[in-house]
Design a protein around this ligand. Sequence first.
Ligand code: GLY
Length: 419
Amino acid sequence: MTVRVLVIGSGGREHALLIGLSKDPSVTELHVGPGNAGTSAIATNHPVDIVSADAVVALARRIEADLVVIGPEVPLVAGVADALRAAGFATFGPGAEAARIEGSKAFAKDVMAAAGVRTAHSEIVDNPAKLDAALDRFGPTWVVKDDGLAAGKGVVVTDDRLAARDHAAELLENGHPVLLESFLDGPEVSLFSLVDGEQVVPLIPAQDHKRVGDGDAGPNTGGMGAYTPLPWLPDAVTQQIVDDVVKPVAAEMAKRGTPFSGLLYAGLAIGKDGPAVVEFNCRFGDPETQAVLALLKSPLGQALNATATGTLDQLPALEWLDGAAVTVVVAAENYPGKPRTGDVIGGAEGEGVLHAGTALSDDGAVVSAGGRVLSVVGTGADLAEARAQAYDRIAGIKLPGSHFRTDIGQAALEGRISL
Ligand code: GLY
């Protein structure tokens, strides 16, 4: 039985995981490395370099962790889960080989092709001399991605060829191969599944809001808010995603000898011809997790432990609260550009206020320390109530220069999303 859990990471997702774990009676001690100002209220924060396998293993040993849960993609792609498993720790999160499903978009495309999963047509460009001809084969709309990890900010989706070209040229100049993709039409869905080899347990679907401004204006971000469940998505389509996308990909990875263990995040567009994959991630999404876990009734520690120990087939069916959950990200001035940091945050201790880019100053004040600073969660009997609670809670927060979207979940609420 899970007793002492170590969560790796420092964002709103990790704060949400810790809150979920703190409600599981089987979890008796919570640790986080490095955590943030908010996590220190429910867990012991430990400074650690999360991409150093040696440092994370040493921390897990020091606290005698029974389960280690890795939140972000960077340590997963760097092989930190492999090192923890080799040292004998039950670990939630894929090894480096399986984490390539997020770490290399070219690898993900290859797995999808072999698994017969619908996704955008794509081309890798690694030579600036070939960029213009490649751009001519796509768009409008152009979808230009960094082939490696870029925290959501490496993606530009635009009808402006010059903007597409500029982004691709900048990536190439910095030595990053570029992935050009055909544009997938239709509303987007984030479906998270616990995966242990070929065992797949889906969570409830959510929708992220990736652009910085209301009405999907401005550049892409790591995510400005999310809601769950999706009133416009029939259960049959969620099942179709599980059957036609997640299970075939899990089976293909197992077949390649690199079975996935952890959280497989399928980002999809639901077009006229059904779901098509926009991207896979090898970990919980941020900020969708903050909304999804707010509705989880089953013990989170038990679910993560079953995944980590290869016993997902024995996990009782997950139970969910009725109603809806919404999370709204409060971002620092200038985010997604270089954020202003170091400001004292007022109201950061309120209920439903999850911390992301925060730290404690020497005098104990909560200060901003990153681009996405807080992730404020509201729940309610329906989307309208959940939105109202989230925005009510935001009204109590004071952070100079900060901004947030005022329309998280609004299109769904107004029935403006349909398949
Ligand atoms: N919400 C987008 C992501 O987690 O990548």
